[in-house]
Design a protein around this ligand. Structure first.
Ligand SMILES: [Zn+2]
Length: 121
């Protein structure tokens, strides 16, 4: 199944690159997280697809598994003093979250586009 000749895999890869899901040429974002109203290349409306809290939840789920899971698995919490481990974990989670959120939002936007889930009016 494809939408406008674009497969789900292609749309999601374009999302990871923060590009328009339809043409893959123009950026789907203006700045860090602001979605453009329409694609600068193919004029596909992108502002009508809701992202809301979805990318934030997905990012927290991902970062939680990447940081907290291994910390328990490798006994980091039991090996190092809490005054070292807590600020280190918070800094790692903050940096990873800020780096990951825009990519996850691109992924999520393009998934919404592919599924045709538009914002309710
Ligand atoms: Zn486009």
């Amino acid at each position: 199944m494809a939408r406008d000749g674009v497969t789900l895999g292609t749309a999601l890869l374009r999302g990871l690159q923060r590009k328009c899901p339809c043409c893959g040429k123009a950026p789907a974002f203006r700045g860090y997280l602001k979605i453009v109203e329409e694609c600068g290349n193919c004029r596909t409306p992108l502002g009508i697809y809701p992202c809301d809290d979805g990318p934030a939840y997905l990012t927290m789920l991902l970062i939680g598994h990447v940081v907290i899971g291994p910390a328990f698995m490798f006994h980091i919490f039991y090996t190092y003093p809490v005054e070292i481990i807590v600020p280190s974990m918070l800094a790692a989670m903050l940096a990873l979250t800020l780096a990951t959120l825009p990519v996850v939002k691109g992924f999520y936007l393009n998934l919404m586009w592919y599924l045709g889930l538009k914002r309710a009016r």
